[in-house]
Design a protein around this ligand. Structure first.
Ligand SMILES: NC(=O)c1ccc[n+]([C@@H]2O[C@H](COP(=O)([O-])OP(=O)(O)OC[C@H]3O[C@@H](n4cnc5c(N)ncnc54)[C@H](OP(=O)(O)O)[C@@H]3O)[C@@H](O)[C@H]2O)c1
Length: 289
């Protein structure tokens, strides 16, 4: 049995790990939502690891994810996205546990306008993005055995996400104004979990060094938010017109990258199957909701 801790289990990605791994043969999952384990509580982290000495992997899905609120709440964003991953890293390093952590496409925010590789420059512009990058650095510099997945536009069951918002609004509104000048790749939580499972198996198969470091992971393809909304309505048979607007017209508080498609070649070389296209992932999600 492989013992795995999941923190941030109340979030959409944490829920996906519970859905996909709890009933999976060979996995012994210990999941903690925020009320059960606050990742900023160093003592609790140490006590948890001491009480579960056979744990091999800590999958951290907890984070401060309110991108616009972070502009006014830098202190909280820093505590949860920078300091807390540092606490986890140090404790996992001491316990010999491999830490799997998630970061964001927003850390790049560069002007390349082509799929971005892990070695391309990071130029985070928002507080959220800056704290996510600093959180990565806390982990990297701690010396802990780690995997950091930078992902984008995440959605899945039970989450506060774009797909669920469109499904809700599309049923009551005839028209929605959606941003069309931001391009990215929507990513289904279940596909992130499947990729992580492959990485864990490599680690278990004495190929630990292959899964060390920073990896991009997103569903294949690219789309604007407006076209993503149109596809959601088409596939869910919802009659709602999408009117394209600019980011400026929308007026979000925190800046978003205009082109944020991730080059996932590095992780693809390690995975059993090709990373699914976002349209395929969306179809699989819509039959679940
Ligand atoms: N969502 C996206 O589009 C996206 C894109 C790129 C990367 N990511 C990254 O992917 C990871 C998972 O995000 P997600 O989409 O699953 O976000 P989410 O649904 O907002 O889940 C985050 C969870 O972390 C919890 N949390 C916050 N502070 C905590 C703390 N101190 N201790 C324990 N739990 C805490 C939150 O609880 P409360 O709700 O009670 O605060 C929430 O349940 C994050 O690292 C995020 O930065 C997400």
């Amino acid at each position: 049995m492989m013992s795995v801790i999941v923190s941030g289990a109340g979030g959409q990605l944490g829920k996906a790990f519970i859905d996909r791994l709890s009933f999976q043969e060979g996995y012994n999952l210990y999941s903690f939502d925020r009320g059960q384990l606050d990742i900023a509580d160093q003592d609790k982290i140490y006590r948890t690891l001491a009480s579960l000495p056979q744990v091999k992997f800590w999958i951290n899905c907890a984070a401060y994810t309110k991108v616009d609120d972070a502009e006014k709440n830098e202190k909280d964003a820093t505590l949860y996205n920078v300091l807390a991953p540092g606490y986890l890293a140090r404790a996992c390093w001491e316990a010999g546990v491999h830490l799997i952590h998630f970061s964001s496409d927003y850390v790049y925010h560069n002007d390349l306008r082509r799929p971005i590789s892990e070695n391309d420059p990071t130029e985070p512009k928002s507080i959220y993005a800056k704290t996510k990058l600093e959180g990565e650095q806390q982990i990297i510099y701690s010396g802990v055995s780690h995997t950091i997945l930078r992902t984008s536009w995440v959605y899945g069951p039970g989450g506060h996400n774009f797909v669920n918002t469109m499904l809700r609004l599309g049923k009551t509104k005839d028209e929605l104004r959606i941003v069309s000048d931001q391009i990215g790749a929507p990513t289904f939580t279940y596909d992130i979990v499947d990729a992580v499972k492959d990485l864990i198996h490599l680690y278990e198969d004495e190929q630990k060094e292959k899964i060390q470091g920073v990896f991009n992971f997103a569903n294949n393809g690219e789309v604007s938010w407006a076209d993503f909304a149109r596809t959601i309505f088409r596939d869910a048979n919802i009659q709602c017109n999408v009117h394209s607007i600019t980011s400026e017209e929308y007026g979000a508080i925190a800046p978003r990258p205009p082109y944020s498609v991730l080059n996932c070649d590095k992780i693809s070389a390690l995975l059993t199957d090709a990373i699914p296209h976002w349209e395929d992932a969306l179809k699989r999600y819509l039959v679940m909701v």
